[in-house]
Write a protein that binds this ligand. Structure first.
Ligand code: CU
Length: 183
């Protein structure tokens, strides 16, 4: 891992040096540029075309992998309602009334079935991050006041999962923690 980071930065350094060399050489060779505005517009056109092509390639590769489309055509086997607040998570099988919030003491989620978390906040912005028993983040969504964000996921490994807040939300941010069991 450290090896590949080193190689990445070495390549990045070469690219940056290359850009500087190119800029230097092109400013030395000022005669080429003296053809006036026509030359500059010509170059700008090519630059914009290449930029659009590269961005379109990135978008076509990454957008289909967006988690917003995950399990979009499935009907969730179970819906878990989540309300975050300073500094706690409430989870319930039933909708949580913001005026009188209450949670279920323990939450169980079925394995190998699509479940949906409906996540909101009762005060400021929080985050709902799901970690497996090896402390690897496997899914997350923002918890926002006035919005319900739906997070669908299919757990393939039974066990205990932890919830942590991933949005700095105040002095007790680091104590925000909850958990549920996948069976
Ligand atoms: Cu937080």
């Amino acid at each position: 891992m450290q090896h590949s980071i080193l190689i990445f930065f070495a390549i990045l350094t070469l690219v940056i040096v290359g850009v500087f060399v190119y800029v230097y050489l092109s400013s030395v060779n000022a005669n080429e540029e003296s053809k006036g505005m026509k030359n500059a517009l010509h170059k700008r056109g090519w630059f914009l075309l290449i930029l659009v092509v590269v961005l379109a390639m990135f978008a076509s590769i990454t957008i289909p992998k967006s988690p917003y489309f995950a399990f979009a055509n499935d009907t969730p086997a179970k819906v878990i309602h989540v309300a975050a607040g300073q500094f706690y998570f409430m989870m319930s099988y039933n909708a949580i009334d913001p005026k009188n919030p209450s949670s279920d003491p323990s939450i169980e989620v079925p394995v190998n079935q699509v479940v949906e978390f409906r996540v909101t906040s009762l005060d400021v912005n929080h985050n709902f991050g799901i970690y497996n028993d090896k402390n690897v983040l496997i899914a997350q969504t923002q918890a926002m006041p006035g919005y319900v964000n739906r997070l669908r996921y299919k757990f393939t490994t039974p066990g205990d999962y932890n919830i942590f807040c991933l949005e700095y939300c105040g002095s007790g941010h680091q104590v925000m923690r909850s958990s549920f069991t996948v069976k």
